[in-house]
Design a protein around this ligand. Structure first.
Ligand SMILES: O=C(CO)[C@@H](O)[C@H](O)COP(=O)(O)O
Ligand SMILES: [Fe+2]
Length: 234
């Protein structure tokens, strides 16, 4: 059935925000070889979030390095200014925040039909999850932030688990096909909670790139925990 978490499968999305930028290409190759499903690129403008990070030049440099899809998480006040540039650089998925889009439909349409890319809508922890409901059939990814965006290395907000479960119910009710992605503080413990609640895509930065056994081991371990936690749903 649509909205079925198990049908979508577990996807691990390493966030390069926590990578060693002096060895970025090698680190991306390493997580790809370990079975990561996509690369998560966090873009911050210093306005929507109180931090700066990276732009399309990083996507352009990574494009020849990996076959994995490059997913761009736009934590910026005016995402419309940057979409075409990220696509030209090689982005596969563009995720924009609902907080900056009073009516996101035209932008989602532009990403999907105009640019021919996958689109996602993200919401911050203080945005009621039902605000995503009208768009669930128009997006490829619903991104539930499990920390306030702006920085890697934060702790998962416990209330997120209830929000993920609620979003999973809305996705099923709408018979939507979108993925349910979580981002922020995902580690060996919280991935189990998030997977049980209904998430199927897991962004992880610190838990992968700061793992004492290395990024490859971390990717494999996280994927295994999530698969075990994901129970078939009716
Ligand atoms: O979007 C963001 C932060 O704003 C994330 O993608 C972080 O980069 C995830 O990092 P960890 O919480 O896993 O360290
Ligand atoms: Fe992110």
């Amino acid at each position: 059935m649509s909205g079925d978490q198990t049908k979508l499968g577990v996807k691990i999305a390493p966030s390069i925000l926590s990578a060693d930028f002096a060895r970025l290409g090698d680190q991306v190759r390493e997580v790809e070889a370990a079975g990561a499903d996509r690369i998560h690129v966090d873009v911050m403008d210093g306005h929507f979030v109180p931090n700066l990070s990276m732009g399309a030049v990083v996507v352009r440099s990574l494009r020849p390095v990996t076959r994995l899809p490059l997913e761009v998480h736009l934590m910026v006040e005016e995402p419309g200014r940057f979409l075409d540039g990220f696509v030209a650089a090689g982005a596969d998925t563009l995720i924009v925040h609902l907080e900056v889009l009073p009516d996101p439909r035209s932008m989602l349409e532009h990403i999907r039909r105009g640019l021919g890319k996958r689109c996602g809508l993200a919401i911050n922890p203080d945005m009621p999850v039902e605000r995503l409901r009208p768009y669930l059939r128009d997006i490829d990814v619903a991104l539930c932030m499990t920390v306030f965006p702006g920085f890697g290395g934060q702790s998962y907000i416990p209330e997120s688990t209830r929000r993920i479960a609620e979003l999973r119910r809305w996705i099923a009710a709408e018979e939507a096909e979108c993925e349910l992605e979580v981002d922020g503080g995902i580690d060996a413990q919280t991935i189990v909670e998030a997977a049980r609640a209904g998430a199927n895509v897991f962004v992880a930065g610190t838990a992968i790139f700061s793992d004492p056994q290395g990024p490859a081991a971390a990717v494999q371990r996280l994927a295994e925990y999530a698969r075990q936690a994901m129970t078939p749903r009716k």
